[in-house]
Design a protein around this ligand. Structure first.
Ligand code: NAP
Length: 483
């Protein structure tokens, strides 16, 4: 079932950092796939930009290499790759100097939709913005796409927002969180607000608790310098898990429109209660099976940075009073597993007696490795011999439900095309980012003031045992990756 392709106007996309890791692995393959889907109108151009000197032909070869590695099956079609490369050009440019800026401004078509993708280190976001402005590259149809990390804390995020607001309207700034581009994450909103079934039950009266897990098997090697200054709280919790929490917990917006959705997400972040220190578990992976430890990966034998965090939080509002949210994320864990599980309460009275056991409905929104939604329902175990109850999944694996040809674009494909269309619904607004940092900052400051060290955990385990205890103390268990 191929998806409907919504046409877009002719556009230019300039990828600052067009030779970097993110460009190769995500941005360029995503653009190639949208090109193959017919979503790159005639005349549209992709302009790679970085300091390295090379001409357009060399950049096209570079992109061919990236596509053969990361472009999947579509990149086996050489004529498609050649046609895509026709749209590519390159400018050698220095975000911190004068090199290349006149060339870039000379290439621009007045008033055409032009997105500048900041796929460079965050230290260059201000420089790029200032130079875009100074060289007359900002007009009403200019957009910028800002990669994470958006700030290191509340002060730096505010400073960056202030800086960007000097050069761009908020409607021109797209702070990207690729979790929001995932099909299932958007489906969470459709499941909640497009069906009558769930929303009446979507509150503390019927929901026992919510769990959000984003577990990775990879360590931090190669990103050690960045990660050591960030840790799991800044790298994942403050942005990705917070966004998943918002979409799970928010009130229905009046319409599916950028500010209506973002207003509701913001209210969720503002309703977050202070997290008690004993409701937080931090961990750091140790060496195992020939794999280095976190401290080796970041080359700091005394590191106190967490590669794992689990916490319990509450929302101070009518809908969720008394229903805890458990969030956990980490690296070098035993499974690559990202999911949101909504665990409903027990039925008020079991007519089947205690021998039927305890059965609860669970709705699981699976983001990785496969996307899908599963509703666990309780039924009678088939056969004679009394009323034995079992839980079975009502499964909606997208690949199965929509057929093998289901066209489910990668998160970056969707988000980049949203930028071109000028749709900010799935991008974070300035106040959302600041509110998330305002919640995160005191937690991190508390660790720093106390000198807290994370608990060691075995590589490829489920994280520190204390994370299991966080649940067990409340009579609950983690779903997904088990301890
Ligand atoms: P990277 O591999 O180090 O690439 C950096 C890019 O920036 C290169 O193309 C580099 O090319 C260019 N660059 C560096 N200094 C420059 C300057 N002064 N002027 C112009 N270009 C310059 O980094 P990355 O992993 O792609 O990450 C890029 C951004 O995405 C970062 O903000 C990162 O946090 C974020 N991000 C990355 C990932 C990921 O998976 N990689 C995931 C999420 C977010 P030259 O050296 O030739 O200039």
């Amino acid at each position: 079932m191929a998806s409907r392709i919504i046409p877009v106007d002719t556009f230019d996309l300039v990828v600052f950092g067009g030779t970097g890791d993110l460009a190769q692995r995500k941005i360029l393959p995503a653009l190639f796939k949208r090109f193959c889907a017919g979503q790159m109108p005639r005349g549209s151009r992709l302009i790679g930009a970085a300091r390295t000197t090379m001409d357009a032909a060399a950049y096209r070869d570079f992109v061919r290499g990236a596509l053969s590695e990361f472009g999947g099956e579509a990149a086996l079609d050489r004529s498609a790759v050649d046609a895509f490369c026709e749209k590519l050009t390159y400018v050698a440019i220095d975000a911190r100097g004068d090199q290349g800026w006149d060339t870039l401004s000379g290439m621009m078509v007045p008033d055409r939709v032009c997105a500048f993708y900041y796929s460079v280190g965050p230290g260059l976001f201000s420089d790029l913005s200032q130079r875009l402005h100074r060289h007359g590259l900002v007009h009403a149809n200019t957009r910028i796409v800002v990669e994470k990390p958006f700030g290191h804390d509340l002060d730096s995020a505010r400073a960056l927002n202030r800086e960007l607001s000097q050069h761009f309207e908020e409607s021109q700034i797209y702070r990207i969180d690729h979790y929001l581009g995932k099909e299932t994450v958007q489906n969470l909103m459709v499941v909640r607000f497009g069906n009558m079934l769930f929303e009446p039950l979507w509150n503390a009266q019927y929901i026992d608790h919510v769990q959000i897990t984003v577990a990775e098997t990879v360590g931090v090697r190669g990103r050690g310098e960045y990660y050591e200054n960030a840790g799991a709280m800044r790298d994942m919790m403050q942005n990705h898990l917070m966004q998943l929490l918002c979409l799970t917990a928010m009130e229905p917006p009046a319409m599916f429109e950028p500010d209506a959705v973002r207003d509701e997400k913001l209210k969720v972040i503002r309703a977050l209660d202070v997290v008690q220190p004993h409701h937080i578990v931090r961990g750091q992976y140790t060496a195992a099976d020939g794999h280095s430890s976190y401290r080796e990966d970041v080359d700091n034998p005394r590191s106190k940075t967490e590669s794992f965090i689990a916490l319990k939080c509450h929302l101070n509002n009518w809908r969720w009073a008394g229903t805890p949210f458990y969030l956990r994320t980490g690296k070098r864990l035993k499974e690559r597993d990202s999911e949101i599980t909504v665990v409903f309460k027990d039925t008020p009275h079991s007519i089947f007696g205690p021998e039927a056991g305890r059965h609860r409905n669970e709705l699981t929104i699976q983001l990785q490795p496969d996307e899908g939604i599963t509703l666990g329902v309780t039924i009678k175990e088939p056969g004679p011999g009394g009323m034995r109850l079992i839980d079975v999944p009502l499964d909606m694996s997208f690949a199965e439900a929509l057929g093998p040809d289901a066209d489910s674009p990668d998160a970056y494909e969707r988000l980049i095309m949203d930028v071109i269309r000028g749709n900010q619904t799935l991008f974070m607004r300035n106040d959302e980012v600041e509110a998330a940092w305002a919640w995160t900052d005191p937690i991190i400051r508390g660790w720093e003031a106390r000198g807290d060290a994370p608990k060691p955990y075995d590589s490829f385990s489920a994280g520190p045992d204390d994370a299991a205890m966080l649940m067990r103390r409340d009579g609950r268990e983690w779903r997904g990756m088990k301890h």
